[in-house]
Design a protein around this ligand. Sequence first.
Ligand code: C2E
Ligand code: MG
Ligand code: MG
Length: 256
Amino acid sequence: RLELGSQLRQALKKECELELWFQPQMDATNNRLVGAEALIRWNHPQEGLIFPDRFLPVAEDAGLISTLDYWVLESACCRLARWQSLGYAPIVLAVNITQPTFISGGLVERLKALLGYYRLDPQWLELEITETAIISDKLRALHCLRQFKAMGVKVALDDFGTGYSSLDTLHSFPFDKIKIDKSFLLRAEDSPQALAIVRTVLALGRSLSIPVLAEGVENERQLRILQSEGCDEAQGYYFGHPAPAPSLALPKAVNS
Ligand code: C2E
Ligand code: MG
Ligand code: MG
C-alpha cells in the first residue's frame, strides 16, 4: 500500500499513467445523451489497469487526494474545451470531488481559473459530492456550495441512499441533481423494498423540484421502471460502460 502510494505520487507528477474515462448520462424520457461522468483510471506500468476503489484509499492515506481531485478537474475542463472546439453540442461533464477538496477554499479559486483559461461556460460542469462529504462540516460545505452555484457550476448529490440520506440535507442544500445509488436499482427487480426506495426517491425529487438520475441501469426492464416512475436521467452499463473519450458518441452541434 505504501509502495502504491509513492507510485501514485510519481504518476501524478508524470501525468502519463492516469486517465479519465467517461460514462454517458442519458435523458431517461428520450434516451438522448445529456452528460457524462468522468471516472479516473490508473494504467499502472506493472499491474495494468487499476480501478479507483483500490487506489483512492491509497491516495487518501498518502495525502494525495486533493492533488488527484485537481488533476481530474483540470483534465475534465481540458476535455470539455476540446469537445467544444471539435464542434460537438455541449453536454454536462460531471466530476467527482472528495470532501477535503470540496470544503477547501482553494477549489473555488481553482475552478474560476480553469473556467477562465479554457473559456468554458460553467453550466456544463457539475461537481458530484456524497453526503458523507458534507456531513462533517455542514456550514462550511453550504458556504462552498453556494459559491459554486454563484459561479454557475452545478452540484449533484452522489450515491443518495447510502450515506446519511438526511432530509435536512436535501432541504438546506440547493443541489441541482440527486443521484440514486446504483445498489437500489440493481436489486429493484428482486426486492420490493429496493424498488420502493427507488420510487420514493423519485417522488421526493419531483416534490422538491430536484432532477433525479438513477445509477446502475443495466437492462431495459430497469429503464422501463424508471420511465414509468418519471425518472429524469439514467446512467449505467445499458447505455454504456465507462470508456476512454473517443468511445463517447457525442452529438454534433446543430450549427457546426
Ligand atoms: P461513483 O461516482 O458512484 O461512480 C459510479 C461507479 O459505478 C463507477 O465505478 C462506474 O463504473 C460504476 N457503474 C456505472 N454504471 C454501472 C452499472 O450499470 N452497474 C454497475 N454495477 N456499476 C456501474 P468506478 O469508475 O469504479 O468508480 C467507483 C467510485 O470511485 C465512484 O463512484 C467514485 O466515488 C470514485 N471515483 C471514480 N472516479 C473518480 C475521480 O475521478 N475522482 C474522485 N474523487 N473519485 C472518483
Ligand atoms: Mg459519481
Ligand atoms: Mg454514485
